[in-house]
Design a protein around this ligand. Structure first.
Ligand code: MN
Length: 440
């Protein structure tokens, strides 16, 4: 658990004026990392830090500003565009670089004059994934999502007996993880039109989103070696927003007995800016289980996890249809929730993933599972919001939705704000649905 330090001081302002605006996501207290190239070029990808509406180009920043020897060496992998090598340096290096960047970007910094020419407007940066994603595991730690979806399929037993004991997950597909802004093509798959009919190959008619957080794994553990709770958070560099696009009709037919397959392997979208665990330090919350629920088994328990294992991150999903876009109507908010409602913490996900000896590697991605809120209308998927495709959602322009139509854009956002801390945000994760290709 990261302690608060000078980089979290809510009074800290930046010489990059746009970072000081009241609603800014990328304040000087945030300093998220992203990988980009200048729009319209094919130049090699480089790492940057978002500050207000600008990106600090870390290759130029290392070259043009004095940093001191220790920091200069730590900046080298970032200057080379290699986030994985930087993540491999570990938490002490991450903190040292964060402190140096905070100092350099603070109002009145003597590095300001050197760094001004290292800024690029964010609008001029074409974002890529922050690093090559190694392997991808998606969990199911949203209790309210698991309960709501369970109620649709098993009204008498919404939660399966394992749910409160084991962090349920499945191994996903890294090759189809894409950065925000990449269109997502509606998948084809086997769909059974009714219980009486045989399945057919068809385009999904029940295409959905899932609002999740993604954790970027840092460092490695040897095969056969577990990561205990006390070390688990050292293995998480930071978080992004994650949309686990899901084809419910394909899923319903294929998922038994081994879980989701084609219903989820056609696309997973990530927001481009990695908000570090260090930046999230002011927004930690105790991990508590409701009275009467089983406590986690000892290997999933630790004093630090109980004290502050959860994250207070406000989340939301918005929808903009093609007609809304044409009429210049802004995306409409569908729901909001908070990551603190998750049933399992990030530390528990890392520890559970490795307790059998699985080796996690730098660049692996862990999805939290859909993060729905407790109230009706707080579902983090259309499956929940439309009550299983039975109750249409009416949009401001009069259009209705049970599931996503071609041309729909889904936007996810995440923001941390509380009294006594400066607001930080995740930016957005958005993607537009493209029509399916014709079945063969
Ligand atoms: Mn999911």
């Amino acid at each position: 658990m990261t302690a608060l330090d000078a980089t979290h001081d809510p009074a800290l302002q930046s010489w990059v004026e746009s970072a000081n605006a009241p609603g800014a996501d990328f304040t000087i207290q945030n300093l998220p990392y992203g990988r980009f190239r200048r729009v319209g070029t094919e130049e090699p990808l480089r790492m940057g830090v978002a500050i207000g509406d600008q990106v600090l180009d870390l290759r130029l920043a290392r070259e043009l500003s004095p940093w001191g020897e220790g920091i200069d060496a730590l900046l080298a992998p970032l200057a080379e565009g290699d986030l994985i090598a930087f993540m491999d340096l570990g938490p002490r290096a991450w903190k040292a670089v964060r402190a140096a960047l905070s100092h350099a970007l603070a109002a009145g910094s003597d590095q300001g004059p050197f760094l001004e020419s290292c800024l690029l407007p964010r609008a001029g940066a074409a974002m890529a994934l922050p690093c090559t994603v190694g392997e991808y595991t998606d969990f199911y730690s949203g209790l309210h999502h698991a309960s709501a979806v369970g109620r649709l399929f098993r009204p008498d037993q919404p939660l399966l007996p394992n749910y409160k004991w084991v962090p349920v997950g499945y191994h996903g597909r890294a090759s189809s993880v894409v950065v925000s802004g990449t269109p997502v093509q509606r998948p084809l798959g086997q769909i059974r039109p009714s219980d009486a009919a045989p399945p057919e190959l068809a385009a999904s008619r029940r295409l959905d989103f899932e609002l999740e957080l993604g954790a970027l794994v840092a460092g490695g553990n040897a095969l056969g070696e577990a990561v205990p709770m006390a070390k688990a958070e050292d293995r998480v560099f930071g978080l992004v927003l994650l949309n686990d696009w899901s084809a419910r009709d394909i899923q319903a037919w294929e998922y038994q007995p081994l879980g989701p397959f084609l219903s989820k392997n056609f696309g997973t979208s990530l927001s481009p800016w990695v908000v570090t665990l260090d930046a999230l330090a002011p927004f930690r919350r105790p991990f508590v289980r409701p009275a009467g629920d089983p406590q986690p088994l000892p290997y999933l328990d630790s004093p630090a996890n109980r004290a502050a294992g959860a994250f207070d991150i406000g989340l939301g999903a918005w929808l903009q249809t093609a007609a809304m876009r044409q009429a210049r109507q802004a995306p409409q908010r569908l729901m909001h929730s908070n990551a603190a409602d998750a049933y399992w913490t990030l530390g528990q996900l890392v520890t559970h993933h490795t307790v059998g000896g699985c080796n996690l590697r730098s660049g692996d991605l862990l999805g939290t599972g859909t993060l729905s809120g407790p109230a009706p209308g707080q579902g983090g998927s259309l499956l929940e919001l439309s009550e299983g495709g039975r109750k249409a959602i009416t949009l401001a322009g009069g259009e209705q939705r049970l599931f996503l139509e071609d041309g729909d854009t889904v936007v996810l956002r995440g923001v941390c704000q509380r009294a006594g801390a400066r607001r930080i945000g995740f930016g957005s994760c958005h993607g537009t649905v493209l029509a399916a290709r014709a079945p063969a």
